[in-house]
Design a protein around this ligand. Structure first.
Ligand SMILES: *Cc1c(COP(=O)(O)O)cnc(C)c1O
Length: 416
């Protein structure tokens, strides 16, 4: 028995899949204390898009800490926050013709979601929110109420209310027109559906099993929201910051959400930072009406600003993410073809990819075989049936090829 087993709560989870003690990390690699190297194709569930301890961001942080730059400042005005706000506007929103006010809701993705839901209810005076099958939005009560997974919902201990799930893209047989059900309910005054304040959606469901919504589905959803004066919230906590290629995952659909949630990689270095972006006319908060002690950790602003300047002032990262993603997709498709006796499905967009198996047991065996070979991957989906591949976006070509070889070996070892 080690101290993690004797002292740390049973609630711990990822450490059970990778039962070693990690000590150092650089780029796409994590090193256990015995020195063994692991190629990290999980990337902090999308919090490490720029890799572990990225040297450019690290230097900016070291310089900031060395000169006694402010670390904690509630939501006071600091130079680091000003640099972040100016850079985010210059590099991210203005070039995309997006006009958003930036709210700092607290450090985690769940905080960004809670703030979005609260604001949508405050604006519309309505209680109900539409979410989608297999959605994941976080573990606090409001975020959990719009999350699908029954095990996670079960942890709430009180009723999770005011949310109505609708079928996500391709949830049905792919033949039934996707919005038929939702549209019918909205238009029929006898349907029993309470008028929703908002719809909350992920463009690609990361935790839900790498389910990709088509651009035309997202456009249909945005139109429906507009027609019925429902606010559209895109939860880009995992798929934002370039995971699918462009900075925001909804860019290829050409939609403009009313509210956008960002966290995970927005802190750049794996530091906690979250943003709730809102159309300016929705900014009806009273001062302090949503508050918190950790709403803007200044070192996270410093790392975030540096990441935006380094990776988002041209389209190099976006293009390489798309190309690398296609490479992962090709390897996955060739595995599907090579093992006709094991039904598999290759899924994903950009560098959010998944190989879906018939059972969670098979997917977890594949991830276990990958771990034994020095590759970190996790499962996702309602039954954990999808082996998820999410390397840092900064993964080198050699590392990507190496990881994909290990993936192929693992799949063959388990399924052949
Ligand atoms: C991870 C995640 C969250 C929750 O973020 P936390 O920082 O874990 O609270 C919310 N939405 C999506 C889509 C996520 O992937």
């Amino acid at each position: 028995m080690n101290v993690f087993e004797t002292v740390e709560s049973e609630v711990r989870s990822y450490c059970r899949s990778w039962p070693v003690v990690f000590d150092r990390a650089t780029g796409s690699w994590l090193y256990a204390e015995d020195g063994r190297a692991y190629l990290d194709f999980f990337a902090g569930a999308g919090a490490l898009n720029y890799g572990h301890n990225n040297p450019v961001l690290k230097q900016a942080l070291i310089d900031y800490i060395q000169r006694d730059g402010v670390t904690h400042a509630l939501d006071m005005q600091t130079v680091a926050k000003r640099d972040f706000l100016e850079t985010f506007t210059e590099v991210v929103t203005q070039p995309r013709a997006l006009d958003y006010k930036i709210m700092f809701p607290g450090p985690a993705g769940a905080n960004a979601v809670e703030a979005a839901l609260k604001l949508a209810r405050k604006i519309t005076g309505r209680e109900s929110v539409i979410n989608f099958t297999n959605a994941f939005h976080g573990m606090t009560l409001g975020a959990l109420s719009v999350t699908g997974n029954s095990m996670k919902r079960g942890g709430a201990g009180i009723p999770l209310v005011h949310a109505t799930p609708m079928p996500y893209d391709n949830y049905l047989d792919g033949k039934v027109e996707d919005f038929l059900w939702f549209e019918r309910l909205l238009e029929d005054s006898g349907s029993g559906l309470n008028e929703p304040a908002a719809v909350i959606v992920e463009t690609v469901q990361g935790e839900g099993g790498i389910n990709v919504a088509r651009d035309e589905w997202l456009r249909g959803l945005a139109d429906l929201c507009k027609q019925h004066e429902i606010l559209l919230i895109v939860d880009d906590v995992q798929m934002g910051c370039g995971r699918t290629g462009p900075f925001f995952s909804f860019e290829s659909a050409g939609i403009t959400p009313d509210i956008v949630c960002l966290s995970k990689s927005i802190g750049g270095y794996g530091l906690p930072l979250a943003l709730t972006l809102l159309r300016p006319e929705l900014d009806i908060w009273a001062p302090g009406e949503h508050n918190g002690t950790f709403r803007g950790i200044n070192p996270a602003f410093v790392a975030s600003t540096e990441a935006l300047r380094t990776y988002w002032t041209d389209d190099k990262l976006e293009k390489s993410t798309l190309a690398k993603g296609e490479q992962v997709g090709r390897v996955m498709s060739s595995l599907v073809d090579a093992l006709p006796g094991t039904p598999m499905l290759a899924k994903g967009r950009g560098l959010a990819r998944g190989l879906s198996f018939e059972t969670g047991e098979l997917a977890s065996k594949v991830c276990r075989a990958a771990f034994d070979r020095g590759l970190l991957m996790e499962t996702s989906g309602p039954e954990g049936e999808v082996a998820k591949v999410m390397p840092p976006l900064t993964v080198t070509d050699d590392e990507l090829a190496q990881g994909l070889d290990l993936l192929a070996e693992s799949v063959h070892a388990v399924c052949a």
